[in-house]
Design a binder for this molecule. Structure first.
Ligand code: ZN
Length: 301
């Protein structure tokens, strides 16, 4: 068999043990940062996040289709006012992860979200996939994205969620260079943990998301696909509520990822309102931003 230049160490079944151990160890879950106690006697932490992608998904795909772009604009135009109003009524802080291009398209939205007490986090430049970039390009885009958000929000972001959770083999090194407190892209636990790099603790807090706790998985639809996954909101509510109930039982973290252009529709946002009511009914909840959860877990450890 001819050697593949892109795989100098051969095919996976030919790798020596140091090769696969090195790959596994690049960015890995270290010690648990699940705290013994949550603030103010709370039993469970709830961290809601909204990835405000807006038009950046079709832009990332170099798709100039006004139809797809309009789906993104819906997120800012129709969904964000509804979401902000729901959070205001419920008196819950949340984290909004912005691609820099999205923030540049909607600077007033970013400033409004900050003024309402929510957190702004980094979410790539234009929703690019990190695993397709080399180290220098990913680093440059990450730093530029942080600068743009700082400039618009007048406060420096302390956390990152990679676009599409596409955390590359270089991402952890870049996060450390940026001096961030936390990442929210990797999925090795339900509760917060410390990331290790090549076996060494980094001090970076991972707040794990999961596709299970992501609205897009159930509602996303691409016209080029034959899949039409328009799941009933009640089914999604059941899954999210079960994930929360488990977090409450284990006194852990319930972290939910949503997208304005996905969850913000008339048929869907009521499920979030019902979920929040269910969470509040359970009681002893600490509703917090991702930054607050990360800081608490780091300081308790
Ligand atoms: Zn996104």
């Amino acid at each position: 068999m001819a050697a593949d230049a892109s795989r100098p160490e051969g095919e996976p079944w030919q790798w020596s043990e140091p090769v696969w151990r090195r790959i596994v160890g690049r960015a890995r879950a270290g010690r648990s940062l699940k705290p013994a106690n949550w603030p103010a006697g709370a039993r469970c932490a709830v961290a809601l996040s909204f990835d405000a992608d807006h038009e950046t998904i079709p832009l990332r795909d170099a798709d100039p289709s006004p139809m797809r772009l309009s789906q993104g604009q819906y997120g800012a135009r129709a969904a964000m006012p509804r979401i902000r109003s729901l959070l205001e009524r419920a008196q819950i802080p949340a984290t909004f992860f912005y691609p820099a291009v999205s923030a540049l398209l909607y600077p007033d939205e970013v400033r409004g979200v900050v003024a309402e007490g929510h957190e702004i986090g980094i979410h790539s430049w234009i929703h690019e996939l990190n695993t397709g970039l080399d180290y220098a390009a990913e680093r440059s885009l990450s730093f530029r994205a942080a600068e743009v958000l700082t400039d618009i929000a007048k406060t420096a972001p302390v956390g990152m969620r990679t676009a599409s959770w596409d955390f590359s083999p270089n991402t952890l090194a870049i996060i450390r260079e940026m001096g961030l407190v936390y990442d929210s892209s990797l999925m090795a636990d339900d509760d917060p943990y410390e990331l290790t790099a090549d076996g060494e603790p980094t001090g970076i807090v991972e707040l794990p998301p999961e596709w299970i706790r992501d609205d897009y998985v159930y509602f996303g639809m691409h016209r080029g696909s034959t899949l039409r996954p328009h799941t009933p909101p009640s089914a999604v509510e059941e899954i999210f509520a079960a994930e929360f109930d488990g977090a409450w039982e284990e006194a852990g973290l319930f972290l939910l990822t949503m997208h304005p252009h996905v969850i913000g529709h008339r048929s869907r946002l009521p499920l979030l309102a019902r979920l929040i009511a269910h969470i509040k009914e359970r009681g002893k909840i600490w509703f917090a931003t991702h930054a607050q959860v990360a800081a608490w877990c780091r300081d308790q450890a």
